[in-house]
Write a protein of this length. Structure first.
Length: 257
């Protein structure tokens, strides 16, 4: 149900990554996207803890079922299904778009494994950046343009949010608050429920049983509101499932795993 890119592969959506260069890309411009075709059929998007409160209004938040879990926003309940994005790549309603999507085609990358320095790269296969006659200039007089500086700032903020997210996930593992998740949806008239597994979620019973000092700690460091944002978001699951049904994309009950 919920899967994230493997570490030895390019990140989700990216087909290639190339460092921005004032020499090689001096004439490049950026055309704003009016659609996101790469989102069509993408059901799970990585998110940061900074986004939990916005995301939980529209999408369920779950965690991947691997050793280093990642929080995901579900835009569909089944792989290959996105109930918010039409076949034309446009959103069907005004929803929150995760920062992971909004940073594309740019990304900060550590070019040398032993270096802490991050370089601004882009996906050269994207049709939003190139030697166009129109659009936002990437460089001006051999220096990053105001547009590029804003892109760099956004990506830097995203990296900082990723660090906070890793710390949050480490805290969840240390407190042993994650458990294998299971969601069951019984539509009216269906002979059996649709059961979803293959993800992790917060164990509410363990959360309630935390010692006083542990509870104070996670409340003081801001974890508690994030945990409840995740738990509250799970109520949106039925709405997402209902959208799939309305769009004719619901799976057979026995295959909804």
């Amino acid at each position: 149900m919920a899967s994230a890119p493997q570490s030895n592969q390019l990140p989700l959506f990216y087909n290639s990554l190339e460092p921005l260069s004032s020499e090689v890309h001096a004439s490049y411009r950026f055309r704003p996207m009016d659609s996101a075709p790469f989102l069509v059929g993408q059901h799970a998007i990585p998110i940061t803890v900074d986004e939990f409160t916005q995301v939980q209004r529209f999408m369920p938040i779950v965690f991947t079922a691997d050793a280093d879990p990642v929080p995901l926003a579900l835009m569909g309940m089944n792989e290959g299904t996105n109930v918010f994005i039409g076949e034309d790549g446009r959103a069907s309603q005004d929803i929150y778009i995760p920062a992971y999507v909004r940073r594309y085609p740019f990304m900060l990358v550590r070019l040398q494994p032993d270096s802490e320095q991050l370089s601004l790269c882009f996906d050269p296969t994207s049709n939003t950046i190139g030697a166009f006659d129109d659009g936002e200039a990437i460089f001006e007089d051999g220096q990053p343009s105001t547009f590029t500086k804003n892109v760099l700032e956004f990506n830097d903020m995203f990296e900082q949010a990723l660090m906070r997210t890793r710390n949050f996930m480490n805290d969840l593992k240390e407190l042993e608050l994650l458990m294998d998740g299971e969601l069951s949806i019984q539509p009216d008239g269906a002979p059996q429920p649709f059961v979803y597994r293959g993800f992790q979620m917060v164990n509410e019973e363990k959360l309630r049983d935390l010692r006083g000092d542990q509870l104070r700690k996670i409340n003081q460091n801001g974890l508690l509101p994030l945990l409840y944002a995740h738990l509250f978001s799970l109520s949106v699951t039925r709405e997402i499932f209902g959208r799939q049904m309305a769009q004719g994309k619901a799976p057979a009950p026995q295959t909804a795993l």
